[in-house]
Design a protein around this ligand. Structure first.
Ligand SMILES: Cc1ncc(COP(=O)(O)O)c(C=O)c1O
Length: 444
């Protein structure tokens, strides 16, 4: 189907035509539930065909400034030339061989310079795989089966040990579900209680060092100490925070070094690469030089795909040379300040709220009663789309310039005007079609 040339418009007819087909061919119609139709209003582009910088164009030729950018994997910008160039150069030299590629050593060294306290790394393609590998390694290292995860953090892996704890746990054996326990963030007692209740049984604690809420003073240090005292492996999931809070992740930002940590998303600017990093004493169980039972640690055909490694090396070079992390915080702060101003102007502070750090701005929508509202989220997304902004979050990239931020604030101003009217009236009068829905639910 040909992309139309017009821009920018409100016409999604080519997308609409293709949508039944994608659902016929692909369960969920996308390869991440977060990209699915139920996550966007009906008045939304169905398919993206290309991107450049912070802009994306849909099948109908509509142009958007986009945020979120590949589920937060694209931090430099779409089709960012030096990264594409580095990957392309390597593609011409070959993608995969019968022995390791030298780039594996180069990238391992580069990453280990950034990740404090880590001695070894292992590469994979998805965040889920490296986080699951960290859990397996912790189980082998400790000889324990149970896992303690932070119940306030939204996602760690597509694998059973995590998805089993969500609403969407069909197909996962109860025996697996029973092995994963939950504690609360910023509540040391809740972790302490789990450890008391299951003495000598918890292999690892899995958490983000920080998600929507910052850690209370001393909290992360206390978690680390408790893990050390109880023989538990502390795993920080740095999928979102890595290359964003700091090049060395939220662990570097907060000065707390876990035993293992996992990175993905930003480290390849959209190319598929993820990494498990950690202490030699634990990581070496996946290697050839120990006499304990061998751990089958991340042995995959595509784990060290050469052009993804080359892309990641270039990403690190650019981050260092151009101080990308500082840029993300600065632009995010400009956006946050402007958004807070328009939220205040429309007197919506109780109904539309921003969360997390400037480099990772997300928002929440509430209805007249002050309850989280998917209908108001859909309305907000719809009005942004009308203004040429695609923003499931307000997470900026290195390609979001001041002019893009300022235009976004103008469009949000108009969208919140509609939001305010809908609060006084009836949201359904303003919303085209159905509300959006949470990804993690039991039934459709
Ligand atoms: C915090 C966190 N951990 C792990 C993952 C899984 O990463 P992937 O989708 O690359 O498997 C995600 C994905 O969104 C995530 O946000």
């Amino acid at each position: 189907m040909a992309e139309k040339k017009s821009k920018p418009s409100d016409d999604f007819s080519l997308s609409r035509e293709l949508q039944p087909k994608v659902h016929r061919l692909i369960p969920g119609g996308a390869h991440a539930y977060a990209k699915g139709d139920d996550q966007f209003p009906e008045h939304a582009p169905g398919f993206i065909v290309r991107g450049k910088g912070c802009r994306a164009w849909d099948l109908d030729g509509n142009e958007f400034i986009e945020y979120g950018m590949g589920l937060r994997s694209v931090t430099l910008g779409h089709a960012f030339e030096p990264v594409v160039e580095a990957a392309y150069k390597q593609m011409q030299l070959g993608a995969n061989f019968s022995r390791p590629c030298k780039l594996e050593v180069d990238l391992a060294e580069s990453l280990l310079e950034l990740i404090d306290g880590a001695d070894m790394v292992k590469f994979a393609k998805n965040g889920s795989d490296v986080t699951t590998a960290a859990v397996k390694l912790a189980r082998a290292y400790t000889g324990r089966d149970r896992i303690a995860i932070c119940g306030d953090h939204p996602f760690f892996s597509t694998d059973d040990w995590f998805i089993g704890t969500t609403q969407m746990n069909a197909g996962i054996p109860q025996a697996t579900i029973d092995l994963t326990l939950k504690f609360r963030y910023n509540d040391l007692d809740s972790l302490h209680d789990l450890i008391q209740k299951h003495p000598g049984q918890i292999a690892c604690v899995v958490m983000e060092a920080e998600a929507a809420t910052p850690p209370a003073a001393g909290y992360l240090e206390a978690v680390k100490k408790l893990c050390d005292q109880s023989g538990i492996v502390l795993i920080f999931d740095e999928m979102i925070t890595g290359f964003r809070w700091n090049l060395g992740g939220a662990q570097k930002f907060h000065g707390v070094v876990p035993h293992l940590s996992t990175f993905g998303k930003a480290i390849g600017n959209g190319f598929a690469i993820s990494v498990l990093a950690g202490k030699r004493e634990i990581m070496r169980l996946g290697g050839l030089d120990h006499d304990r039972p061998r751990v089958f640690l991340l042995s995959t055909t595509h784990g060290a795909e050469a052009h993804a490694l080359a892309a990641s090396l270039e990403v690190i070079r650019i981050y260092r040379e151009r101080n990308v992390v500082e840029f993300l915080w600065r632009q995010g702060e400009r956006l946050r300040a402007g958004l807070n101003q328009v939220i205040g102007y429309h007197r919506l502070a109780d109904y539309f709220q921003l969360f997390s750090r400037p480099c990772n701005l997300v928002y929440g929508t509430k209805d007249t009663q002050g309850n989280p509202s998917q209908a108001f989220r859909a309305l907000f997304l719809q009005e942004l789309i009308r203004g040429g902004i695609l923003a499931p979050s307000f997470v900026v990239s290195f390609s979001h310039l001041e002019s893009d931020i300022d235009r976004t604030i103008d469009v949000v101003d108009r969208a919140l005007g509609v939001y305010a009217r809908a609060l006084e009236d009836d949201v359904q009068k303003y919303l085209v079609g159905r509300p959006v829905r949470p990804v993690n639910r039991k039934f459709n």
